[in-house]
Design a protein. Structure first.
Length: 188
């Protein structure tokens, strides 16, 4: 085998290892919301980072506390890997922005011991949240934002949706952590 052919094979193989087997399911447009601390949040801060989003509301008596508990478990799993602190983010976006202002989200995030370096709770104009939850992620109905999905969404560093995970599935967390690791190894 010639040296040139060997280099071609090595580069071809290395290129294959830079992409995970996760599908690309759509692009997330740029957005601006407000954090639980009252600071502006731009999706630009997510460039090059893998992130997980869910849609909740703080006075939910149904699945939202369970979803936030799952995100808490994910936060714990991720903080056991120090390298994830710079490369992964968690976002919980309220579907009830009239009620869930920053102080309400801050109190709610404290209940789940959210580390704001990793996990932000976001609010903003209802039309922006509707655009994200209904048109982009397809996890809500256009009629009533409070009727939302219990899925969490995995997004890569190029703002491409790469997976949906049912928060009620007992195996979801392990699969999500594995898929986050796959995406962290991709080159963005």
């Amino acid at each position: 085998m010639t040296r040139g052919l060997l280099y071609i094979l090595l580069f071809a193989t290395a290129g294959c290892m830079l992409h995970s087997s996760l599908p690309e399911m759509g692009d997330v447009p740029a957005f601006k919301l407000t954090t639980q601390n009252g600071t502006a949040f731009s999706s630009d801060s997510l460039k090059g980072k893998v992130w997980v989003a869910d849609f909740i509301f703080t006075n939910c008596n149904g699945p939202c506390p369970r979803m936030s508990s799952q995100m808490r478990r994910l936060q714990v799993a991720l903080t056991k890997k120090p390298e994830t602190l710079n490369s992964v983010r968690l976002l919980s976006i309220t579907v009830d922005p009239q009620h869930d202002d920053p102080p309400t989200l801050l109190e709610y995030s404290g209940h789940f011991r959210a580390d704001p370096r990793l996990w932000n709770f976001l609010t903003g104009p209802e039309d922006e949240i509707r655009k994200l939850s209904v048109d982009t992620f397809h996890v809500n109905t256009a009629v009533n934002l409070l009727e939302h999905s219990t899925r969490v969404i995995l997004v890569d560093g190029k703002a491409r949706i790469r997976g949906y995970y049912e928060s009620t599935d007992a195996t979801m967390l392990n699969q999500l952590v594995e898929d986050i690791d796959k995406l962290r190894k991709e080159v963005f």
